[in-house]
Design a protein around this ligand. Structure first.
Ligand code: ADP
Ligand code: MG
Length: 426
């Protein structure tokens, strides 16, 4: 068991909290502030204990590596930094904190991410105050886990709380470097409430016991190659894997030799796909919704044509596989209906388009019914979670993970992630 934020003695002390405020945003408008909301219980707990709280998070990308390789210019980096200014989270954060504590919480912002200015901002905090530091990725050393940077950040704190599940699979300075330094110095480290919830929820998908089986995974989304290792490890853990989304056509071409026309297809994965299928655990679609002339820059725009294709036969030229058909929806729903543990990652079709949502909706509905009758149902994946939200099913799952890559890796590595392992046990 990891030490939890409630185990810390932090009255009057400075606590660094790594949160995940990597919110989707257009300019300074946040389009979904769920990640801010999800971090509130941990911050509120520390404030109630009269700690001084310093929040660290990344937002978006800053391509320091590409700058070094000459693939990006300093002007590109400056533009990325401007685009990913973390101060946009302040209004929502303060609103939620005031509500949670029932009083006016002092929330300030440090533009500096190192040096005397940051040190002074931390020193100015009083118990019960919050300081948000600018985007950790403004520092080139963050993603490299630069020891000097980790040491400098750690020097600001008496204790560290990890609550950024979405970043827990990365050993960066703010997720891994700081707690490593603090532990060496004999200072306390703990996980927050969000991390605890994720570890428990996703933990149930690592190795379900006999009475929690059948364990069914549903895998969709865009590419086989990015999820390849996951299929391998899921095959060892699951009783069945239902395949949907773009990886379907790599399997179909590899197994049946059919022409998949314009569908996503990765020939270099054919051998791997055959090997996976030989496990006898993989279930593929039996009918396909085909689309022609999709506008990939405006996915919600009507396709030129939509067609249903039965069986494993050649796709007509100019079309691509874009969703699972009605027979497959029924087949998958019937398998989901008999499962006791269900892990879902990746939409079944191009759900951004109103004509290609039925497969993903059917999976949501079947999982919702499964939850209702007592199965444990989990979504891990940004787009799958967004789809479930869009179709009104978020509350019908046992656990919706806030981390995409992190949730897959947690299952793949049997509950171990750098940002979890680095935190001390109770
Ligand atoms: P998640 O974020 O849940 O892990 P992914 O990022 O892997 O999921 O995949 C989501 C994307 O997959 C969506 O944008 C969706 O449009 C796309 N997708 C699903 N099915 C197909 C398909 N048949 N062809 C192309 N793209 C697909
Ligand atoms: Mg995604």
């Amino acid at each position: 068991m990891k030490k939890l934020v409630t185990d810390l003695k932090v009255e009057g002390k400075t606590v660094l909290v790594r949160v995940d405020f990597n919110v989707p945003h257009k300019g300074s408008t946040i389009t979904d502030d769920n990640r801010i909301h999800a971090a509130i219980p941990t911050i509120a707990e520390l404030l109630k204990k009269n700690a001084k709280v310093v929040l660290l998070s990344h937002l978006g990308k800053v391509d320091w590596k590409k700058l070094k390789k000459g693939e990006k210019t300093q002007a590109d980096i400056d533009a990325q930094m401007k685009k990913n200014d973390l101060s946009i989270v302040l209004p929502a954060l303060k609103g939620y904190l005031d509500k949670a504590l029932g009083k006016d919480v002092k929330v300030s912002f440090s533009k500096a991410t190192h040096g005397d200015e940051l040190k002074a901002a931390v020193a100015a905090l009083k118990p019960g105050d919050v300081l948000v530091m600018q985007n950790t990725r403004y520092e080139a050393g963050e993603e490299k886990n630069d020891p000097a940077l980790a040491k400098e950040w750690a020097s600001l704190a008496d204790a560290f709380v990890m609550d950024a599940f979405g970043s827990a699979h990365r050993a960066h300075a703010s997720t891994y470097g700081i707690p490593s330094v603090l532990k060496e110095e004999g200072k306390e480290t703990a996980v927050g409430f969000l991390m605890e919830k994720e570890i428990k929820g996703l933990g149930r998908c690592v190795e379900p016991k006999e009475d929690e089986r059948p364990y069914v995974a549903i895998l969709g989304g865009s590419k086989v190659s990015t999820k390849i290792e996951v299929i391998d490890s899921l095959l060892k853990k699951c009783d069945k894997i239902l395949i949907g989304g773009g990886m379907t056509y790599t399997f179909k071409k590899a197994l049946y030799g059919i022409d998949v026309a314009n569908s996503l297809c990765e020939p270099d994965q054919f051998d791997y796909a055959r090997k996976c299928f030989a496990s006898g655990k993989i279930v593929l679609s039996v009918d396909t919704v085909l689309a022609k002339g999709l506008d990939f820059d405006n996915l919600d725009k009507k396709a030129e044509d939509i067609k249903l294709l039965d069986g494993n036969v050649d796709f007509p030229a100019g079309y691509e596989g874009a969703d699972i058909g009605p027979k497959t929806r029924e087949l998958y729903a019937s398998i989901i209906a008999s499962a006791k543990t269900i892990f879902w990652n990746g939409p079944m079709g191009i759900f951004e388009n109103p004509d290609l949502q039925e497969g993903t909706k059917a999976v949501c509905k079947a999982c919702a019914e499964a939850t209702e009758r007592g199965a444990f149902t989990v979504i891990g994946g940004g787009d799958s979670a967004a789809a479930a939200k869009q179709f009104g099913y978020t509350d019908k799952f046992s656990h919706v993970s806030t981390g995409g890559g992190a949730s897959l890796e947690l299952i793949q590595y049997d509950g171990h992630l750098p940002g979890i392992d680095v935190i001390e046990d109770k």
